[in-house]
Design a protein. Structure first.
Length: 199
């Protein structure tokens, strides 16, 4: 048997095995909960990659930003122009910007009330809760309240929660958890954030 024939045989076996596995999978008939967390870059960027995919299927998307405040980002400038995306920037900036815990708590709770209304409405196929894990990390929101909000979401609505330090209870509840790891970062080499790459 030639190397080419051997490769073809292995790939045919793999294809048969893969098709069998796919045939056994079930559709949960509900939107999934995805968590993008970890110390590495790309949590929000990855969520917006899923947004692009959803928009490709003509799905309706909602975004609630919990931390970034009025900071201009490329994704915000782009997605705010689209009718299929409802965008709410609710945070007042990074936690070290406000230096006022009560104000941060109020902003996070208002953002979650908006997010919860969107998740429950049945109007959205996907809702992104950007940096909500940070709001839970600093105890501006309780993980129990967030999970209760996810439980109350419309059956059609999938949710992505981003930010470092996702709580163990949220990780357990989610359908998919992706941990971003940092291997190298330009900031540590004294390189300023780049427009179009970092924001």
């Amino acid at each position: 048997m030639s190397m080419s024939d051997d490769h073809k045989k292995k790939m045919q076996e793999r294809q048969t095995e893969q098709r069998k596995r796919v045939a056994e999978l079930q559709d949960p008939e509900k939107g999934l909960v995805l968590v993008h967390t970890g110390a590495g870059k790309g949590k929000t960027s990855s969520a917006f990659g899923v947004v692009v995919r959803a928009l490709g299927w003509k799905q309706k998307v909602g975004v609630v930003q919990f931390i970034k405040g009025k900071w201009k980002t490329g994704e915000r400038l782009f997605f705010e122009r689209l009718d299929e995306v409802t965008w709410h920037t609710m945070g007042e900036g990074f936690t070290w910007d406000t230096q006022d815990k009560e104000r941060d708590i109020a902003a996070a709770q208002a953002a979650f009330a908006k997010a919860r209304a969107m998740m429950e409405s049945g109007d959205y196929d996907l809702v992104v809760l950007d940096e909500i894990n940070i709001a839970m990390r600093y105890e501006y929101l309780s993980v129990q309240d967030v999970i209760a909000g996810l439980e109350a979401r419309d059956k059609r609505t999938g949710v992505i929660l981003t930010g470092r330090d996702a709580k163990p209870e949220l990780r357990e509840y989610a359908d998919l958890v992706t941990e971003m790891t940092e291997e190298k970062h330009p900031f540590k080499a004294g390189i300023k954030a780049q427009r179009g790459v970092d924001f």
